[in-house]
Design a protein around this ligand. Structure first.
Ligand code: IPM
Ligand code: MG
Length: 399
């Protein structure tokens, strides 16, 4: 192929991508109302096992969740169901990041609790399929990835609003090898895409009496797309005069998160997809690692809750899957409960998780033999939740 032909081919590909993206933007602009969970009967919770340690930790989180919602399940107000077809083997079999049947099943749920799914990368034994996580976020239009991180003794209380459907992710599997020596990927940011996540972040701040929202970009270098994200977030901030707005570049923000004197001042942080991916792993480390952090993927119609970590295939290969920490999935479950209006149950679980994982630590998960198993830890959490003195016990630690 001549260089001219290669360029023509790349242009054609680019043209198609632009047409698709313009359509996506139009759909976003048309808007959609938030689903009202209070009036859904039954309210359907789907469970996706995931790969690797996924089935182990999802099982424990499900057990806790079904225990907390026992009455509602018995009364038929809440229904739970399993969604199959999403393991890496099954995805590879049909060569789809998100098999149609599974997507149909997901769409029959209101909210989903999902174990980590293997994302193949170049060089893996798997074909280089798109990430099922990314496909699910896009197909269900889960535009905000909400990730709280708390370390009370260090006064850290952050909540990240990571844009979840755009940026380097939306076309992450549609880059072009223009020639064997030249590869180009695309980063896409839209006004409605930025606006809706910024608005959610500011609404959260307003509802929770938080006086500061910080945006993170690299708008000094990635001028057009990050520039748009920043400009849009700033425009939204004008509608919230009681909340102060500031912006940071992602490199210095990565540094400030380890700055003991400054980091406690950050509260709500709103940022594009990739920076959000990176900073939330960093942030979770202060709280005890990615195994302790839950994540909510929020859309107007659907919401999906998951751990922020991967499927840890090494733990399975080494026979350590039963020692995997289900805390992240349980933290995700607290967010799920709150999202569908079960705040009281969410608070119980949160307190129990704080007691078991951070304060009392009668059982400690190390990820290895010698530490507690996920099942033992879940039993500890269930027992703690049922303690009539739960709140008193929690206050004795948390003050
Ligand atoms: C996350 C994960 C995913 C992401 C991967 C598995 C595709 O790292 O949820 O943060 O990059 O978003
Ligand atoms: Mg990540």
């Amino acid at each position: 192929m001549t260089d001219d032909q290669a360029i023509m081919q790349a242009k054609e590909h680019f043209g198609k991508i632009l047409a698709e993206q313009m359509k996506r933007v139009e759909i976003m602009k048309a808007g959609q109302d938030w689903v009202d969970y209070a009036h859904q009967k039954p309210l359907v919770i789907g469970f996706v096992d995931g790969d690797g340690i996924g089935p182990y930790i999802t099982r424990e989180a499900r057990r806790v969740l079904e225990h907390l919602l026992k009455k509602e399940i018995d009364e038929g107000r809440v229904q739970t169901r399993e969604i199959g077809g999403l393991s890496i083997e099954e995805r590879v079999k049909v060569m789809k990041a998100l098999p149609e049947e599974s997507l149909e099943d997901l769409k029959k749920c209101h909210v989903i609790l999902k174990g980590p799914l293997t994302t193949p990368k170049k060089g893996d034994p798997w074909p280089n399929l798109e990430s099922a996580n990314v496909a699910m976020r896009r197909e269900l239009d889960l535009f905000a990835n909400v990730r709280p991180v708390k370390v009370p003794e260090e006064e850290i209380d952050w909540i990240f609003f990571r844009e979840n459907t755009e940026d380097a992710y939306v076309l992450g599997s549609q880059g072009i090898n223009v020639t064997p020596d030249l590869a180009v990927d695309f980063k896409v940011i839209s006004t409605p895409g930025s606006e809706r996540v910024a608005r959610l972040a500011f609404e959260y701040a307003r509802k929770n009496g938080i006086k500061r929202v910080s945006a993170v970009t690299k708008a000094n270098v990635i001028k057009t797309t990050d520039g748009k994200f920043l400009e849009t977030a700033r425009a939204v901030s004008k509608e919230y005069p009681e909340i102060s707005f500031d912006d940071w570049f992602v490199d210095i923000m990565a540094a400030k998160l380890v700055d003991v004197k400054r980091r406690k001042d950050f509260k709500v942080i709103v940022l594009p997809n990739l920076y959000g991916d990176i900073l939330t792993d960093e942030a979770a480390e202060f709280q005890g690692g990615v195994g302790t952090a839950g994540s909510a993927n929020i859309g107007k119609r659907y919401a999906m809750f998951e751990a922020i970590h991967g499927s840890a295939p090494r733990m399975v290969q080494e026979g350590r899957a039963i020692y995997a920490d289900p805390s992240s999935m349980m933290r995700a479950s607290t967010m799920l409960l709150r999202h569908i209006g079960f705040a009281e149950q969410a608070q119980k679980l949160e307190m129990a998780l704080d007691i078991c994982g951070q304060y009392e630590k009668r059982l400690v998960i190390t990820g290895r033999p010698g530490g507690a198993t996920g099942e033992e830890f879940a039993n500890y959490v269930m027992e703690t939740m049922q303690d009539p003195e739960l709140e008193k016990r929690w206050r004795s630690f948390a003050g």
